[in-house]
Design a protein around this ligand. Structure first.
Ligand SMILES: Nc1nc2c(ncn2[C@@H]2O[C@H](COP(=O)(O)OP(=O)(O)OP(=O)(O)O)[C@@H](O)[C@H]2O)c(=O)[nH]1
Ligand SMILES: [Mg+2]
Length: 310
C-alpha cells in the first residue's frame, strides 16, 4: 500500500486507477492509502457536471477538459454513474475518445459504478477525487447522472456544480421543485439548437434573476451545442468566473469546511452503524429487547442505556 501511495504521488496513472478500484471495492486496507495521500490533496478545482440522462454531460465534460488542457492544466475526469442503456448517451470514455483526448497524458478518465454505494456518489467520489488530486491533477471533473430530489449529493464533494439541461427538460417550475436548481452554480442549456431552447432559456434566466445573488453569485445560464463546441468558451469562462468568486474572501475555505464536517459525520455514522451490527452490540440489543418485552424497561430508557454501553 505504501508503495502504491508513492506511485500515485509520483503521478503514476495506473497506480491511480488501481487505487480507485480499491475504493470502489471498499477494500479495508484502503484507509491507510488514503491517509498517505491526504496531505497532497485539496489543490485541484473540483467541478461536478450533473443533469438528466443523455443531456450531454459527457460531451460537455470532454469539451471542458479540452479547454483546460489547452490552458496547460492537468485534468482528471470521473464518471460516477455509468450511462443508462436507455438514455442514448454514451460512456464518458467514448465521448472523450471522440474528442481525441484519451491519448492525452494530461487527461485521466475513469468510470465508477455507484450501485450498492449507500449515500451514493459522494463517498466513493470524494476519495477518488483525492486520488486524482494526489497524482497532481489541477482540475477534476465529476460527471453524475440524475436530477431527482435526492440526487444533489454531488454538491457535497465538489466546488462548482454545472447543471446540464436540454430544451426537453420542461418547465422551470418542475425543475425548481426538483431542488437541483439550488445546487447549480452554472447552468448549461445544451442541445440549444433544438426547438424550445430560446423559450426555456428565457424562462430560466428570469427565474435565476428573480432569485438573485446567493452569497454574491447569480447562477448564469449558458446555451451550448456540445457536439459543435458552441457556447463552450462561455461555459468555460463562467466556470473561471465562479472559481474566481470562490477564491475571494474565505468562500472556498468555508465550503470545504462544511464538506469536511459532513464527511466526518458520515464516517462516524458509518462506524457506529458497523459496530451496532457487530456481535457484542447485538447481544446488548438482544438483552435490551428481552427486558422491554418482559415489561422491565421501556424503549426510551433502553435506548439511552444502550448508547452508553456501546
Ligand atoms: N443535437 C445535439 N446532440 C447533442 C448535443 N450534445 C450532445 N449531444 C448528443 O446527445 C447524446 C448524449 O450525449 P452524452 O454526452 O453522452 O450525454 P450524457 O448526459 O453524458 O449521457 P448519460 O451519461 O448517458 O446520462 C449523444 O448522442 C451526443 O452526441 C447537442 O448540443 N446537440
Ligand atoms: Mg455520460
Amino acid at each position: 500500500m505504501r508503495d502504491l501511495a508513492g506511485r500515485v504521488l509520483a503521478g503514476d496513472i495506473r497506480a491511480a486507477a488501481r487505487a480507485i478500484s480499491l475504493i470502489e471495492r471498499r477494500e479495508n486496507n484502503v484507509a491507510p492509502l488514503l491517509s498517505d495521500l491526504y496531505p497532497s490533496t485539496g489543490g485541484a478545482i473540483r467541478i461536478g457536471i450533473t443533469g438528466p440522462p443523455g443531456a450531454g454531460k459527457s460531451t460537455l465534460a470532454g469539451c471542458l477538459a479540452q479547454r483546460f488542457v489547452a490552458a496547460g492544466r492537468a485534468v482528471g475526469i470521473l464518471a460516477v454513474d455509468i450511462a443508462s442503456p436507455f438514455s442514448g448517451g454514451a460512456l464518458l470514455g467514448d465521448r472523450i475518445r471522440m474528442q481525441g483526448l484519451a491519448n492525452d497524458p494530461g487527461v485521466f478518465i475513469r468510470s465508477m459504478g455507484n450501485e450498492g454505494l449507500p449515500g451514493g456518489l459522494c463517498r466513493a467520489a470524494r476519495d477518488a477525487i483525492r486520488v486524482l488530486e494526489a497524482t497532481g491533477k489541477d482540475v477534476v471533473l465529476v460527471e453524475t447522472a440524475g436530477v431527482g430530489q435526492t440526487d444533489v449529493d454531488v454538491a457535497h464533494c465538489v466546488d462548482a456544480v454545472v447543471l446540464t439541461l436540454v430544451p426537453e427538460s420542461g418547465d422551470e417550475i418542475q425543475l425548481l421543485k426538483a431542488g437541483v436548481m439550488e445546487i447549480a452554480d452554472v447552468i448549461a442549456l445544451n442541445k440549444s439548437e433544438r426547438p424550445g431552447a430560446n423559450g426555456l432559456a428565457g424562462a430560466l434566466r428570469e427565474t435565476l434573476h428573480a432569485r438573485g445573488e446567493v452569497d454574491g453569485w447569480e447562477t448564469p445560464l449558458v446555451c451550448t451545442v456540445g457536439t459543435q463546441g458552441e457556447g463552450l468558451a462561455e461555459l468555460y469562462e463562467a466556470l473561471e468566473a465562479y472559481s474566481r468568486h470562490l477564491g475571494t474572501g474565505d468562500r472556498l475555505a468555508v465550503l470545504r469546511n462544511q464538506q469536511l464536517r459532513r464527511e466526518l459525520r458520515e464516517r462516524v455514522e458509518a462506524r457506529l452503524a458497523f459496530s451496532l451490527s457487530a456481535a457484542p452490540a447485538r447481544e446488548c440489543l438482544d438483552r435490551a429487547v428481552a427486558r422491554v418485552r418482559a415489561g422491565k424497561d421501556d424503549p426510551y430508557n433502553a435506548a439511552e442505556r444502550l448508547s452508553g454501553e456501546m
